[in-house]
Design a protein around this ligand. Structure first.
Ligand SMILES: [Zn+2]
Length: 348
């Protein structure tokens, strides 16, 4: 049982990496995340080790609270930089919550109840005031463009914040607990009007400077892909006909490169991901749904020259914990084939 008075978790499973020591700007808020998956603490640590990210706490489907990075250190959770007085990484405490559904991204009731209690305890312990959305409790997407924290910033937000305030009031008054949480509500429908089919067009360039054929979605079928079997590729461009696609490449020579939002093979600086002559071994994509429309994501997968068959599919951003890998590829192995599609659910 967590000790909320002293903000002690149920258990410590410190990641031991992917964090920055100290709090030079103090603690001024709590950042709410969803895992983009239904993970436990060990799975979170595995994903974070691979992705070079972290968070202070995970709250699993049963409401169990595990600490991964100490409050007195800065987790790499919000994508808004560290050492720059950022509101997310530098100044907030990040809590990850386990999902019970992916479309939309709903969070388990037990994770909401426990996470809201933890949020209240942190606000009290660090004297941040009564929990208020966008005042001392923030969604990850406030700090950086991301789908995180899904419905915790949507249909489940009112419930989460109401419980955080009820727990805060009870703790401050010295009573043991607020009234029991209300019974689960019916599953909300995805918000926003339907966007319809979003087409993505993309291509990979060979190391010799020649572009392979542009593919639309999956090239008209599941067998369609960008790239060439056993080829090495140095540039990728991708563009969508609605909304915006952010994408970036990892190369064997350079690591992760900057995000790109424009797709233009003639503009190798701002219109493509990659570096001429360097070998791409990883790709990450993130689809930004236009405001007011039902949420869609980028789904993508790759093959490498080193092994047969498609690697596991990925969706959207890997800076939050993901049930998928968060990016596609196998570092160190040249990426030879790529498929991308935009949609509400996994097309693979
Ligand atoms: Zn997040």
């Amino acid at each position: 049982m967590a000790d909320f008075e002293n903000v002690q978790p149920d258990e410590y499973k410190l990641l031991g990496r992917n964090y920055t020591a100290g709090r030079p700007w103090g603690i001024t808020g709590v950042t709410i995340h969803h895992m983009a998956g239904d993970l436990d603490a060990d799975a979170c640590n595995r994903v974070w080790r691979g992705a070079g990210t972290s968070a202070h706490y995970s709250v699993d489907r049963n409401g169990k609270i595990v600490q991964h990075v100490n409050d007195t250190d800065r987790a790499w959770a919000c994508g808004d930089g560290v050492g720059v007085n950022s509101g997310g990484n530098d100044r907030s405490i990040s809590i990850e919550h386990a999902n019970c559904g992916a479309n939309p991204w709903l969070v388990h009731d037990a994770a909401i109840e426990s996470g809201a209690h933890l949020t209240a305890a942190l606000c009290r312990y660090y004297k941040l005031g009564r929990p208020e959305w966008m005042k001392n409790v923030f969604p990850h997407k406030h700090w950086k463009a991301t789908a995180c924290p899904g419905e915790l910033a949507g249909s489940q937000n009112a419930k989460y914040m109401r419980r955080a305030q009820e727990w805060y009031d009870a703790m401050t008054a010295g009573t043991s607990a607020p009234a029991p949480a209300p019974q689960p509500q019916p599953q909300p429908q995805p918000s926003g009007k339907p966007l319809g089919k979003v087409n993505v067009r993309y291509a990979l360039r060979n190391l010799n400077g020649s572009w392979n054929a542009e593919v639309t979605n999956f090239g008209g079928g599941e067998d369609g892909f960008a790239g060439v079997p056993n080829g090495r590729h140095d540039l990728l461009y991708a563009k969508v006909d609605k909304g915006m696609l952010r994408y970036r490449a990892h190369t064997i020579e350079d690591g992760w490169l900057d995000w790109v939002t424009k797709g233009d093979p003639a503009d190798t600086v701002n219109g493509c991901a990659g570096v001429p002559g360097h070998t791409i071994d990883g790709v990450q994509c993130y689809y930004v749904t236009p405001d007011g429309y039902a949420y869609q994501q980028a789904w993508y997968r790759t093959q490498t020259t080193a092994r047969a068959g498609w690697l596991g599919a990925c969706c959207d951003d890997g800076d939050s914990v993901s049930g998928y890998d968060g990016w596609a590829g196998m570092l160190g192995e040249p990426l030879d084939r790529l498929q991308i599609g935009i949609g509400a659910s996994n097309p693979f």
